[in-house]
Every structure is written in structure tokens, then in C-alpha cells.
Write a protein that binds this ligand. Sequence first.
Ligand SMILES: Nc1ncnc2c1ncn2[C@@H]1O[C@H](COP(=O)(O)OP(=O)(O)OP(=O)(O)O)[C@@H](O)[C@H]1O
Length: 456
Amino acid sequence: MPKPTRSQGLEVRAIKWGVRHPGMVAVPAGLATAVTKSAVEWGLPTTSGIVGGALLGVAGWYRGHPASFDQVAAPWLRAFRRRWLTYVGRRWADILSDCDLVTVNRRTDAMAVPRILRVRSASPSIDTIHVRLNRGQTPSLFEERADALAHALLAQRVAVVKIKPQVIGLVIERENPFGADPIPAIDLPHDADEVDLGAIELGDTEYGTPWTQSFLGQHLFTAGATGSGKGSLLWSPLRGMAPLLRDRLVVPDVIDLKEGMETEIGAPLFHRRAIEWADAVSVVESFRDELKARQAVLREQGKRKFTPSVETPLRLLQIDELGMMTSYGPASEVRGVLKLLSEIMTQGRAAGFGVCGYVQEPTKDTVPIRELFTARVCLSVTSQSQVDMVLGDGMRLRGALADEIPLDPAHAGIGFVVEQGSCNPLRVRASFQTDQDIRDLVAFVTSGRPRLHAVA
Ligand SMILES: Nc1ncnc2c1ncn2[C@@H]1O[C@H](COP(=O)(O)OP(=O)(O)OP(=O)(O)O)[C@@H](O)[C@H]1O
């Protein structure tokens, strides 16, 4: 038999590599095969040129458009690297064996290691591995061993998610990217041109970049158990918009049915503030009436969209503990409130009327209008199912372990968001506003103008 040439030998080795490691995704084997095939057909110089060109293209993408690189290419490259360096054959087998998660055939004594089907790495600190269970194993066996597995993988925690019979997802949280100290409030912007309503800074992302949120044509939903830090997401948007509040290009209302405790200190910032049920209903009614009037004005002017101005400011309605309005209030009136809020939220976006709702309990029963919110933040919640309720189906499996965020000051304000255009959760931490920060904000906004607010 003729001896294979060097390039044929390479090709055979690449194919064998893929066959010998069947759990290890087809990508490397396919890639290696493609490269060797190209080397056989076009020669090494051409192939090196193509590979080099591709690498340069990736590097150019990274430098030229880091945001889209982070969203699209980085998760894929990270997953690839982790698959082949961290969760690779022998190492994976040893870890599972040490954690008692392998099975041994009684007849043949052969050890079977649960096979990795897929590795995803949505963020630098969270991986999700899909694993096929051996016959006789159950997801609860992995749940029992999750702590041991986390230590063996040098991770903070491992959560187990059932995907389908015999397949589980292991969500591996490698580290907490945020320190124990709160992220300080941003410096107060002084001029209106420093503020972009399409990107108000709320805190940091796990990449250490600013976490921004648009308030143009958006309704923001924030869910979190008591003590999770929802208050930060009430004050941070206002701080980010400070000069616009001062110049009346943004006019906020607030409903705070917890006896006004959360918002008392910043009361002068609000155009209307309600701390009792009857006033709260009238704030929602007035907000809807103003929306109707704004729509009429825009129609007369032949405009389909508002532009923030003193005559047509961005109107924000912040509702702390939204569940009190949409579920726990007097039964006879809750229906009317739901109708008003639905009207505002379905029609308000183009006219510049946004709603920010804050809830402890994000279920449909408590917040039937949940689906009308266009942006969502999930802070620490009390059950696994609440994560997908807030962020969308499958987000917990993709790494949003919001139910595992400890409810303590060192973790307050940490949560997950799913940015527009992305299908991966992003870990974020809201910046923290001390009482003094809120007082400074009030002083800045109200300086040189008569008090704006009128308690409804
Ligand atoms: N972004 C943050 N960073 C660090 N610590 C925070 C942050 N936000 C809040 N905290 C801390 O967590 C505590 C609870 O925060 P907060 O009152 O905002 O929670 P909450 O979710 O509004 O709770 P509740 O629903 O009971 O009002 C605060 O007293 C503060 O010490």
C-alpha cells in the first residue's frame, strides 16, 4: 500500500481526532478537516493566506466594533476555547469521577462518563454545558453533587437545569465580576447635551463597561425580592437625566404606595407623587389624559413621533411595587387601573410616555400587563421560574442565575438583563445612590426654579 503523503496523513489524523472524541462537537474536527483539505487542494501558502486573512478579519472586527464583537463573536470563541481547554476529555472525566458522577457497567467494568453535547459561554464568567446523562442517572443526582462539582471546576456555583429526558444543562458561574463595595453613583451631568436619553447609564456590566438603557419609547420592568436593590433603578435613571429634569425636558411622576418611604427624600423631583391609593389612581388617570392630549397635538402637527422639548417633554411614570396597583389594590378598581396602564403602555411609546414598574413578585397574576414592558431587569428573585418570567424563556439555562444571587448588601443591585438584539443574558450591577446623592440631585434639579411637584 502506498505511504500517504504528509498532507493526506494530516487529513486522516484530523478526521480520526474527531471520531475519537465524538462528544467534542464537530467544529474542531470539521475545521481541521477543512484546513487540511484546503492544504491538499490549494497548497500550504494559499491555506495559510486564508487562515491568516480570517484571523486578521476577526482582529479587525474586535478593534473596529468591540460591541458587536462582544455580542456575536466573543461568546462563540469563548465557548470554543472552554470546550477544548477546560471541559476537555480526560480532565472532564476525572472531575466527574471525583464527584461520583460516572457510572460503571457491572458486567464489563467499563466506566461511562456523561457526555458533553454542547458548550455555551454567554459571558466571560458564565458557561452552560449540555450533558447527556448515563442510563440510570437523574438530574437530581447532579443537583445533589452541584456543590462538589462547583469546587472541582473552581467555580462559584453550578446550577442544574432539565432540558429533556436524559439531557441536562449545567450552568457554571465561574466568578462574581463585581466587588463587595457598591458601584458609586455617576457624576451628575451638568448640561443637557451631555445626556443621551437613548443610553442612560444605570451601572456597570460584567465587562466593566457602562450599563446603559434607553428611555426613549421604552417601558422598563424591574423585578427583585425585597432588599435586592430595586431602589437603585428608580434613582439611577433620574440622576442620568438630571439636566433634562432641571430644564423640564423630562417630567417624572411617581407612585410609591409603601407609605412614600422610598421616594420621600427625592419628592421635589417629581411632578406628581402619590403615596395613597386614591391619589395613585388619579396620577395614572392624569398621565393617560396627558398622553391623549399629546397624541392630539402630534396629530395636528402631522408628526408620528415626539421630540423632547419643554412643550412636549418625555413623561415618565415610575411605579414602586407595581403589584399594589395591578393586583393587591381594591378589587373593584384594579381592573380600571389595568385598563389605563395597558392604554398608556400600548400607545405611549411614540408620544414620549414611558412607564417604569418595580415588582417583588413578577408573576402574571400579580402583574397581568408584564408583557407590555419592553425592557427588563431581573435582580435577585426568590424562585427559578421567575427568571424566565422576567427575562424570557430559556434565559436561566443560558446563565441568568438570578435566583442564586444572595440577598445581602454585598450583592444588592446585581442582576441580569437581555440587551436588544442579543439572546444572551448579561450580568449587570446598578450604581448605588446614597441619601446624600439623592439630596444632591434634588438640589441640582430644583436650584433656581420654583418647586415643581404637586402631590396628587
Ligand atoms: N446598587 C446597589 N449596590 C449596593 N448596594 C445596594 C444597591 N442598591 C441597594 N443596595 C443596598 O441594599 C439595600 C436594599 O435596597 P433597596 O431598598 O433598594 O431594595 P428593594 O429591592 O427596593 O427592597 P424593597 O422591595 O423591600 O423596597 C439598601 O439599603 C442598600 O444598602
